[in-house]
Structures are given as C-alpha cells and as structure tokens.
Design a protein. Structure first.
Length: 181
C-alpha cells in the first residue's frame, strides 16, 4: 500500500480515538459554574424611604463527577438568605461578618440557588467573593439569554470540526510516514 492510502485510512481513526480520550479526560470530573441570576433594589414606599436589596446566584455542577465540600465565600453574609432546594449546608463564620456556606456535595447536574436579602449600603458585589470545591474553583460566567442551537446546527458544526481534525491528523500521519521512509 502507498503511504498516502495508509494516511487516509489512519487519520479518521486516530482523530476519533484522540477526540474520545480528550473528551473523557475533560468531562470525567466535577465542573462547578456559578452565575448571578438577578440583583435588585426594591423601594418599600414607606415614610422613611427604605430600600431593600436582593440578589440570587446559582451554583451548578455541570461535570460528570460529584463535587465535594462546595464553599461559597462572602465578604459579608447577610442574616437573611435562603438555599433552594433545601439541602444540608453549614454556615462557617469568619472575621468581620465574613462567612462561608459549605455544601457537602453537589452531584453531577445538581444546582442550588442562593438568594440574599439585605439593606443598603450593602450591595450584591460586596456579598459574594468566591466559589470552590475540593476539586477546584468554580468558573464564574456572565449569562446572556440566547436561543440555543438546534440539533442539526450542532451536528453540522461537530461534523465540520471532525473533518478539520481528520485533515490535520492526515497531514501529520502522511508527514510522519514520509519522514520515516
């Protein structure tokens, strides 16, 4: 057989194997993400002009493994907060009204919503500081509502990515076979 024919046969097979191994490596772990759902200041319309601030964050395990000891840090943890759904958690106080909320485990696909209620001058950016687990830090994402791609659009994109990766592997195998000659 010619080197070109061998390279054409090996390129898609090697690309599929490498793609599977890379996907398995990156997805076989917990993947914490957190994002701000909303922040608001609500006037109570009373005689004192009182305003109440509120915000919510979501912490989600988007990975394939359980996240252990999820810690949500706070510069100032308001007295009024709620964890939804109601799951076991521990409040660990720190210096000067700081605190951590410790959630023992978040299984794959599980998410919790933390809602806070507090008064000015405290604002949402002075409350939450970090989110991490024993396996690593959470990725903070800024959410923008958008329409999700259809199955057909995803299939086309993944097919084109596979063809491109196969082409690169083909050139690499062809070059290696010619170099070995």
């Amino acid at each position: 057989m010619e080197f070109d024919a061998i390279a054409k046969l090996l390129a898609p097979v090697i690309t599929a194997i490498i793609g599977y191994l890379v996907k398995r490596y990156f997805e076989a772990r917990p993947k914490l993400i957190t994002y701000l759902v909303h922040a608001s200041a609500i006037p109570l319309r009373d005689e004192r002009g009182t305003t109440v601030n509120s915000h919510s964050i979501v912490v989600r395990n988007a990975g394939k493994k359980t996240a252990h000891n999820v810690r949500i840090g706070h510069d100032q943890l308001p007295d009024s907060f709620q964890v939804i759904p109601q799951i076991p958690f521990e409040r660990i106080p720190g210096p000067e009204n700081s605190a951590e909320i410790l959630i023992p485990t978040l299984v794959p696909g599980e998410q919790v919503n933390l809602s806070y209620l507090y008064f000015p001058p405290l604002t949402w950016n002075n409350v939450n500081t970090y989110c991490k687990s024993d396996e690593g830090s959470a990725k903070v994402i800024n959410i923008v509502p958008m329409q999700q791609p259809t199955f057909a659009q995803k299939a086309i994109v993944y097919s084109l990515m596979f063809v491109g990766a196969s082409t690169l592997v083909y050139w690499a195998v062809l070059g290696a076979l010619r170099w070995a000659r």
